[in-house]
Design a protein around this ligand. Structure first.
Ligand SMILES: [Zn+2]
Length: 324
């Protein structure tokens, strides 16, 4: 099978732009000229960041509609990371019906706002999504609103550098954009049911991609120095690892000791992706679909029927010590 469907794409007069993917030729030709879209018109952006989200320009990619106030070269770097992350999840879900169908039948691009200034990020996010969502204090670098399939990022243009690990910006992008991509599985808005750890575990797992210029989950993440593993909380999380984490719903997960819960979710996710020759990988990926598809069922119990949770905890604890 042709992974890029080049013949079909070409017949449809689409053009592939490295980093951005396949786009209609009339859009691709403008982007190749260094132009972006403002109010439906294609213009060359200036070299500086724009002061307000209301002046943001649009940069369409194959799977995302990016609205940015960053200088264009920085937006293109972020766009490349978003598309690489998409390709990574598409590869993981390939052949796992119906998970793969959600990604191949994308109805509308996922909206991603990238704002250069923190105050503007807060203003944009609250203007688009009433009621105001908490962005933390100090504010986080990004947030995904899965009900509306939109993500917002605050990116200091000097800080984002795909050639090296950076402080919190690039890992936040991979984390929140993973929530955004998985939001396509949502059948109804609202908080997720029991088994929510897989949502955060999978997002924490891909944070390790921040250390790589080339994004590839199979070769990169398993050996990456995960931000979660590097925190002092991780050993404590392993020590206190509990099977009860597997049954928490989204509200309970957020109400507990969050730093411990996130570390533990990452440890479980890493185990299911890589341990025992990848034996559990498929069930883990299916749980990501189940948790959003039916919010009333326990996604873990459905994806992992018959697994002894106490034995599992011991296995994950041993695995976690290896990746520390
Ligand atoms: Zn998250």
């Amino acid at each position: 099978m042709d992974p890029d469907q080049t013949k079909v794409r070409t017949r449809r007069q689409e053009v592939r732009i490295p980093g951005l993917g396949w786009l209609p030729h009339e859009i691709a030709s403008q982007i190749k000229l260094g132009k972006v879209r403002v109010d439906g018109n294609w213009v060359k952006p200036g070299p500086k960041a724009l002061p307000s989200w209301q002046q943001a320009y649009e940069l369409p990619t194959e799977h995302f509609l990016i609205k940015s106030t960053l200088p264009l070269p920085k937006t293109l770097e972020l766009a490349g990371d978003l598309e690489a992350l998409w390709a990574l999840w598409a590869e993981l879900f390939e052949g796992l019906h119906p998970l793969d169908a959600f990604l191949t039948d994308l109805k509308a691009p996922l909206k991603v706002w990238i704002l250069a200034f923190t105050a503007d990020f807060a203003s944009c996010e609250s203007s688009n999504i009433p009621p105001k969502a908490a962005i933390g204090d100090p504010p986080s670098h990004g947030v995904a609103h899965t009900d509306t399939h939109q993500a917002f990022f605050s990116v200091d243009p000097t800080e984002y550098d795909p050639s090296k690990s950076t402080s919190g910006v690039r890992d936040t992008l991979f984390h929140e954009a993973t929530h955004l991509i998985h939001s396509l599985f949502q059948s109804a808005p609202g908080a997720s049911g029991p088994g929510y750890w897989c949502v955060e575990g999978s997002a924490c797992l891909v944070e390790g991609l921040r250390d790589y210029t080339s994004v590839d989950l199979n070769t990169a993440v398993s050996t990456a120095k995960h931000p979660s593993v590097q925190t002092p909380t991780f050993p404590k999380g392993l020590q206190n690892l509990s099977a009860s984490l597997l049954d928490l719903n989204q509200i309970e997960f957020g109400a507990g000791d969050q730093s411990l819960n996130y570390c533990q979710a990452m440890a479980f996710a890493h185990f299911f992706m890589y341990a025992q020759g990848g034996w559990y990988r498929r069930a883990f990926l299916e749980s990501l679909y189940l948790i959003d598809h039916d919010k009333s069922l326990n996604a873990f119990d459905h994806a992992f029927p018959g697994v002894d949770k106490k034995i599992l905890v011991e296995q994950v604890r041993t695995h976690g010590k290896k990746i520390q």
